[in-house]
Design a protein around this ligand. Structure first.
Ligand code: PMP
Length: 305
């Protein structure tokens, strides 16, 4: 990935992709205290536009705040920088990755006094869990790894270090032949996927774990709330057990990368009819209408680059 043409924004400068390097004594590389975002731009009829840019940028600032890292920019500057990265790389639809890290001035555990950096890269990235997965649904395994407890590394921050847990869960599940992992919280209740929020549908009602289960407050999750209101679907945040997922009529994952991906099996147990369910299909289709600029009601969620 390092060897390609293009520009990456680093600390206010556009740097050639191949020269976008940092020192091996970078504090974040050693201790994992850093935060990032995953953002998508879509090629809408009105031109390339970034979906919910402000919300993603504000979450990045909140993640940094939780980590006691003071970003030396304003939200507006970071929003403009993301648009600039999409423009200069001439991308029509893409994934955008802002990441903030602590510099290499000194390497004790305390990063006090070290510099804070920000980079923004963007590249083309299709369906995270596969085009086929979007249509047919994916196969998921309950992870043997527990999702972070809310008082360990902070679950409302999208931190670099939180993803070790996601990587372990995803590798275990994919090594076992599944597409993705579902993690339970420290009390055994459903939390989220390795990189996605989870929803189930039972008797026409949509349920998702409340955030006390350690799930990230997903921006796609929030978009689903708006879609359900539009479709007249009741949505409930509550504690969910893994067997509630087994006997749900439908289930799906959401995320910026994963978009709305149906789940057809959990732990080799078919969910509902073992395919993308009709309610999921409606929600998915409404989601793609919104992100692709086909629903005027949500025009303000799309920032043209
Ligand atoms: N949970 C985790 C662990 C994630 O990595 C993501 C992706 N950012 C999500 C949930 C979904 O968040 P969003 O919809 O904001 O991308």
């Amino acid at each position: 990935m390092a060897d390609r043409d293009g520009k990456i924004w680093i600390d206010g400068e556009l740097v050639d992709w191949r020269d976008a390097k940092i020192h091996v004594l970078t504090h974040t590389l050693h201790y994992g205290c850093g935060a990032f975002e995953g953002v998508r731009a879509y090629n809408t009829a009105q031109g390339t536009a970034i979906f919910r840019l402000r919300e993603h940028t504000e979450r990045l600032f909140n993640s940094a705040k939780i980590l006691r890292m003071k970003l030396p920019y304003t939200v507006e500057q970071v929003m403009d920088a993301q648009k600039e990265v999409v423009r200069v790389n001439k991308l029509e639809s893409c994934y955008i990755r802002p990441l903030t890290w602590i510099g290499s001035e000194k390497l004790g555990v305390s990063p006090k006094g070290n510099t804070i950096h920000l980079m923004i890269a963007a590249w083309s990235w299709g369906a995270y869990l596969g085009e086929e997965g979007l249509k047919r649904g994916i196969r998921v395994k309950t992870s043997s790894y527990t999702r972070h407890h809310v008082n360990i590394t902070m679950t409302q921050a999208k931190t670099v270090s939180n993803y070790t847990n996601s990587i372990l869960a995803n590798m275990e599940a994919t090594d076992d032949g599944y597409d993705e992992a579902m993690l339970l919280d420290a009390s055994g209740f459903v939390s989220e996927g390795a990189g996605e929020n989870l929803f189930i549908i039972k008797n026409g009602v949509v349920y998702t774990p409340d955030l006390s289960a350690g799930a990230l407050n997903g921006i796609t999750r929030n978009t689903i709330f708006a879609i359900c209101a539009d479709l007249g679907l009741k949505i409930v945040e509550k504690r969910i057990t893994r067997d509630e997922v087994y006997i749900a009529d439908e289930a799906f994952f959401t995320g910026t990368a994963a978009e709305v991906t149906p789940i057809r099996e959990l732990d080799r147990i078919e969910i509902g009819a073992g395919q993308r369910g009709p309610v999921t299909e409606k929600i998915q289709s409404a989601f793609f209408d919104i992100v692709n600029g086909r629903n005027g009601k949500y025009a303000e969620w799309l920032s043209k680059v």
